[in-house]
Each structure stands twice: as C-alpha cells, then as structure tokens.
Design a protein around this ligand. Structure first.
Ligand code: ADP
Length: 550
C-alpha cells in the first residue's frame, strides 16, 4: 500500500527560495581585511543568485547538467554561486585552491568544467594552468585582481558584477529530479587520482536539515556562524546551504584565514558558532594567548576533519570559556557523520568529558557498522575495533567516472553490498558513540599489536611544551613497524627527548612508547590543514629527518 502523502522533490532551489523570502533579514557578512566588511541580506543574496542564474544561462549559455566550477574563498559571491548553480540545474564544482597544479588541472578536465568563477586574488594561481584546462569556455572574475594575467587566454573572460548587472530578478526554475547532480567535490587524493563525489539535491537538502538540527550544530537565525572551513572543502561542512535553509547569519572570512585576522573578526563581528579543523584552533589559541581578544560570543565551535586533541578542547574550555564540539566526517559523507554532544542524564563533568573527546554520535540517517580484521561485523561494546563502514541518504555510493563513463566503485572504498568503507578504524560504544583510533593506513602494526598514532599524538600534545606532534609508522627489523614521534616544541622551550619519553611512559603501555624521535620546525599539512603523514614517512625514508634513537 502506498502512502497518501505528496511527493515533492527536495531541491536546493527550495532552499534558495525559502531563505530569500522567509529569512530575508539574515545576513552574509564578508571580511575584507582593513576595510569595512561587505554586508548583504539573504534577500539581496537571493536576488543576486537569481541574476547570476540568468547571467550564466543567457550570457554564457549554461544548460542543465553543465559543470560550473568555483575557485574562490569563503565569501558572499561564493554563496550566491552555491545557490544559483544547482537551482538552475547545473552542477556546482568547488575547486580546492590548495591542491598541486597538476591535480587541479586534472580535476577540471575530468569534470569537464565549462565555466569557472574565480576570485581575482587567485588569478596568479589560475593563469599558468589555463592552457591545460581544455574544457573551460568562460572565466568569470569575481572581485579585484590583476586581470592582465588573463590577456590572450583561450576561454572568454567576464566580470562577475557585469554578468549580473541589469539581469531580471526572476527565473523560471526548472522542475528538477531530486536525485540529479547538484554539486561535486573531489577528495584530495592522498593516493592515486582524486575522486569525484557528486552530491544530489536530495542529499544536500537532507544533510542541511541535519546540520541545523539541535543534535548536530543546532543553529537558527539567532546565530551567526563563521565557517573557517573552506567552501571548497566538502561544501564548508554543509554550512552554507544549512544556513540559508534556517536563516543562520554567516560571517565569511574570505582569504583572511591567519590567526590574527580570525581573532579580530570574532571580536568585532561576534559570531556564536564557528567551524574549522584542529590546526586552525591550535593557531588561534596561540594567538589569543599572546594577544588576548574577546571571543566570548562563541558559544559553540565545531571541530573536525582530523582528531581534536583533548588537550586543545580543555585549553579552550579553561582559558577562553569556549566549547569545542568534536565531529567526524569525510568528503564522501557530505560530510556530517557524527557529532560529540554528550547524551542527557549524565551526572558529572568527568562523564561529559568521556563523551566530548569521542568523535561523536551517529544521527539516524548515518547507519554505521564495524568490520573486524577477519571481515566479520564487530559488536558495539566500546572495545572491539574494526574499519568503519556507513550508509545513508547523504553517503556516496560511487565516484564520478567522467563524462559518459560509468560511476566508479573501487573495492577498497565500497563493500559488495554497497556500504562506504571509510578507511577509519575505531570502536563504537553501546549508545552509538564512535571513537576513532586511527586511519587504516596510519595504524602502526608493531609485532602483531596495533598502536594508535592518534593516541600517542594526543598524549604528546598534552605536554605543556609541545605545540604539535605527529606519529607515523616506520619500518623496523624486529617488530615490522614502530612509531616515530615528530614533535614541534613551543618557542623558548627545549624539552629533551628523554623527558617526553618519560611523559608518554607514564600514560600509555610501555611497548607503545616510540624509540625514534625528531624535533621538527613544523608538521607538514595537507591542502586542507591535516597532518600530512605521507610526507613525514617520505622524509624519514629519504633520510631527511634528524632522528634520535633512545
Ligand atoms: P582527505 O581524505 O583528503 O583528508 P576528507 O576531508 O574527506 O579528505 O577526510 C576525511 C577523513 O578525515 C576521515 O576519513 C577521517 O580519517 C578524518 N577525520 C575527519 N574528522 C575526524 C575526527 N573528528 N577525528 C579523526 N579523524 C577525522
């Protein structure tokens, strides 16, 4: 028997129309450095998005299914693109501006992007790559920049404001299939070619509802959210669409992502929420310790993308009164997977902490299972570890295969019965809280036992003289693999290896304590600010690290 309910497609178009009309007073504020911030209401943003859709269709000939790429910072124009491109039936393709040139070019060609919106400040990065970006027909430059860099390039060059100017504030939105492609994002491709995840209207709509819900970020039009996480990194964790759906004011940092400007914009614009990877919060903590600013407006901060060291969470609590809330996800999961809000009914702060430091709880739409080393499903007992697999309406079921090609379902990424293999190893508690111990490829396999690199890093980073620590597996004749600890010391400290070793030995099993140590000036980071362990392993293999053996 079928239901008697209406079957209305869940689309980004609906988010655009709703946000413009119902939340017209909410604002997108874009930081501009020294000048007065740029401020636009959702009503203005909605109208400009309609004009952009008209400009793309009537000015540049964009049709349904075309890929329109963006190479942009987090700003209001990027928000307009987020709304306009999917709503007109085209596909928003956000490009990660920190990727190496070859990967960026490969991705544009693979996605067959016809149009590219680019911030003027990024033209020096784009211009040399253009001859190799063959499918591009049009470049639309947003904001100031050295446009002479594009002289003589093959694609036609346009100005964003000119493309919008005088266009109608109405658009006959197409009736879209909710399963149609709305946006795409390539994973950073730590191994092999980058892989394209294509989000549907339906997945974005449902994901936006979850992001806004009280069990995730819990945001309403009383809030202002600061997405430091880039809009080119998994749709800024879904915040732009979720914000437009619920009227959440947005504070966009544009290209001002260094700790100083971030502290300044928090103090002056007073956001209530922010989202970023741990390395950003590490930097901000150091900045605020050196030069205090008022960041008390932040009532909640979402932190994820890599494991948040508990010491960082405690420091924010104690020194700044700001609560960091841990979350886990990945490009393939839109990205919202888990959020670590402690359950109700707890009696002490210690009990709360035990939950806060986990990766968090799964919402109903993200169904997890743990697959143990022998391929069997592991119980949720908080102890049995396995690789995490997930499925749900905003979880990828395949990668984009390229124009006209079949989707890709590599065996190491998708189980035969269609679940996403996350490559993350961990345990799940009986009440559905996930604790990750490692990425499958970063686990240290020492003499038949597994050592969690994340656990060693967390303990090391709780030492008062340690700014950052990254632990990787290195080959060992006797044990197969052993941990190598690379440590960044805080300025003005000179703690010795022996002291760090003793500090670890007091807190973890003695056989897990590394013998190999190196102090480094900085931990290498990936294009999205995570520890780049591949680079550390390579420097070690190439003999570039000054390693001390204890
Ligand atoms: P990439 O694989 O290029 O890093 P993603 O941004 O999709 O791309 O990264 C997803 C991965 O980041 C997850 O599979 C997981 O390993 C890691 N990750 C994300 N959030 C957390 C977290 N809170 N704790 C530990 N690891 C995390």
């Amino acid at each position: 028997m079928l239901s008697t309910m209406q079957d209305v497609p869940l689309t980004v178009t609906r988010i655009l129309v709703h946000g413009t009309l119902v939340h017209g007073r909410s604002r997108v504020t874009t930081w501009t450095g020294d000048a007065e911030p740029q401020r636009r209401t959702f009503r203005e943003v909605g109208v400009r998005a309609v004009q952009l859709a008209n400009g793309l269709r009537d000015g540049l000939g964009v049709v349904e299914g075309d890929r329109v790429a963006t190479l942009m910072w987090n700003n209001c124009e990027h928000m307009e693109a987020y709304l306009a491109i999917p709503s007109m039936g085209a596909v928003l393709h956000t490009l990660n501006l920190r990727l190496p040139a070859d990967q960026l070019t490969w991705i544009v060609n693979h996605a067959a992007d016809r149009v590219l919106l680019v911030n003027g400040s990024l033209l020096p990065l784009l211009a040399p790559l253009l001859p190799r970006m063959e499918p591009l027909e049009h470049i639309v430059v947003v904001g100031p920049g050295d446009r002479a860099l594009l002289d003589g390039c093959r694609p036609a060059v346009h100005d964003y404001e000119e493309l919008l100017a005088g266009r109608p504030a109405r658009y006959d939105w197409p009736e879209l299939d909710e399963r149609a492609a709305a946006a795409m994002c390539y994973t950073s491709g730590t191994t092999g070619d980058p892989k394209g995840v294509v989000y549907s209207h339906r997945s974005i709509y449902l994901h936006s509802m979850q992001v806004g819900s009280a069990e995730s970020m819990g945001l309403t039009d009383h809030d202002t959210s600061l997405p430091v996480v880039p809009m080119f990194h998994v749709n800024a964790w879904g915040l732009p669409h979720a914000a437009f759906m619920s009227g959440v004011n947005l504070l966009m940092p544009d290209r001002f992502l260094q700790p100083g400007p971030l502290a300044e914009m928090i103090e002056s614009e007073r956001p209530t929420h922010a989202a970023a990877v741990p390395t950003i919060w590490q930097g901000l903590l150091a900045e605020l310790t050196a030069k205090p600013r008022d960041v008390s407006s932040l009532s909640r901060v979402t932190i994820g993308g890599s494991a948040c060291p508990p010491s960082l969470m405690k420091a924010f609590d104690e020194q700044l009164g700001v609560r960091l809330c841990h979350a886990w996800g990945m490009t393939e999961t839109s990205p919202l997977g888990t959020v670590a809000l402690p359950p109700g009914g707890l009696e002490s702060e210690a009990e709360e902490w035990a939950y806060r430091v986990t990766q968090g709880r799964f919402p109903a739409s993200v169904e997890p299972r743990l697959i143990g080393p022998d391929g069997s499903e592991m119980p949720w007992d908080g102890e049995s570890a396995g690789e995490l697999e997930v499925r749900g309406p905003w979880i990828a079921g395949a990668y984009y295969g390229g124009a006209g090609a079949e989707p890709l379902r590599p065996e190491d990424k998708f189980s035969p019965d269609g679940w996403l293999r996350t490559g993350d190893v961990g345990v799940i508690s009986p009440d559905g809280f996930l604790t990750l111990t490692d990425r499958a490829k970063d686990v240290i396999k020492s003499g038949g036992e597994w050592i969690s690199s994340v656990e060693l890093e967390n303990v090391l980073m709780s030492h008062p003289d340690v700014a950052e620590a990254a632990v990787v597996a290195v080959p060992d004749e006797r044990w197969g693999e052993r941990p190598l600890a690379t440590v960044v010391l805080l300025e003005g400290t000179s703690t010795g290896y022996q002291e760090l070793r003793d500090f670890l030995a007091e807190r973890i099993a003695h056989w897990q304590v590394p013998e190999r140590w190196a102090v480094v000036p900085a931990v290498p980071k990936t294009s999205v600010g995570k520890f780049d362990k591949k680079v550390i392993r390579k420097s070690y293999a190439d003999g570039e690290l000054d390693v001390t053996r204890l």
